[in-house]
Design a protein around this ligand. Structure first.
Ligand SMILES: NC(=O)c1ccc[n+]([C@@H]2O[C@H](COP(=O)([O-])OP(=O)(O)OC[C@H]3O[C@@H](n4cnc5c(N)ncnc54)[C@H](OP(=O)(O)O)[C@@H]3O)[C@@H](O)[C@H]2O)c1
Length: 216
């Protein structure tokens, strides 16, 4: 059993990661900004307050766990943008301060920087709304930042181009920097299967200091 802290535990993706971790018997620390907003469904959840943008807060959470998952962001426009790369920096600073025993970091990333089969990047797709483009590039910046970090065991998990609530099939395909697409060229993953991939990586590390992506 691992001790896993999840920043963004209330979120769409974070809540699926919490559920998958609990189903596998791990102990979960749900890190939220407002504890009253978190509905703990199981006894195995410890709820704590934390701000992913504060290295001190990250260090306090990280002290007692094996893995810190960051599933932060959200749909609040500029607030979302302001959270992505600064979160990566604060997470690294906070975990770094814990020294050699620091937990792993698993960072929920974005699909924008992935390569399509024709070699273009997802963020080069014509007609993407400006707000989405900005979020894609913010995730690209966060990934570039993480790629320069050698003293924290980070992993960036980029979803498929489309990630939505759906079924947990328990299966998925993995790519590194190339978008995972199906025979029709579509790239998708359910949030439930994305959470399966995150927990598989936590239990069986294969992508330390790497980005990988998952699609169905
Ligand atoms: N295809 C793709 O590439 C793709 C698609 C979807 C999402 N994503 C990425 O996945 C991540 C999660 O998305 P989501 O849809 O699950 O988001 P969401 O449902 O809006 O949840 C975001 C969570 O972040 C938390 N948060 C925001 N700022 C925080 C802070 N300073 N400290 C602690 N927690 C903070 C929020 O906490 P509160 O509950 O306290 O507000 C919320 O629980 C985002 O980075 C998003 O860009 C990528």
């Amino acid at each position: 059993m691992a001790h896993i802290a999840v920043f963004g535990a209330n979120g769409n993706i974070g809540s699926r990661i919490v559920r998958e971790a609990l189903d596998r018997g791990h102990h979960v620390v749900a890190v939220v900004r407002d504890p009253d907003s978190f509905v703990a469904s199981r006894d195995a959840v410890t709820v704590t307050t934390g701000d992913v943008l504060s290295p001190d807060s990250v260090a306090a959470v990280g002290e007692d766990v094996d893995v810190v998952v960051s599933a932060v962001g959200g749909k609040d426009g500029p607030g979302h943008l302001a959270t992505i790369r600064p979160a990566a920096e604060a997470l690294v600073a906070g975990l770094r301060s814990l020294g050699g025993e620091a937990p792993r970091l698993v960072f929920v990333g974005g699909a924008g920087s992935l390569r399509r089969p024709d070699g273009s990047r997802v963020w080069d797709t014509e007609g993407l709304p400006e707000a989405i483009l900005q979020i894609m590039h913010a995730h690209g910046d966060a990934l570039e930042y993480l790629r320069g970090v050698e003293d924290v065991r980070w992993t960036n998990v980029s979803p498929a181009a489309t990630i939505e609530p759906g079924a947990r099939t328990g299966t998925y395909r993995v790519g590194k920097d190339d978008l995972v697409v199906d025979a029709d060229g579509n790239s998708r993953i359910s949030m439930e299967d994305y959470a399966v991939a995150v927990l598989d990586e936590i239990e069986n590390p294969r992508h330390v200091r790497e980005r990988f992506t998952v699609g169905d």
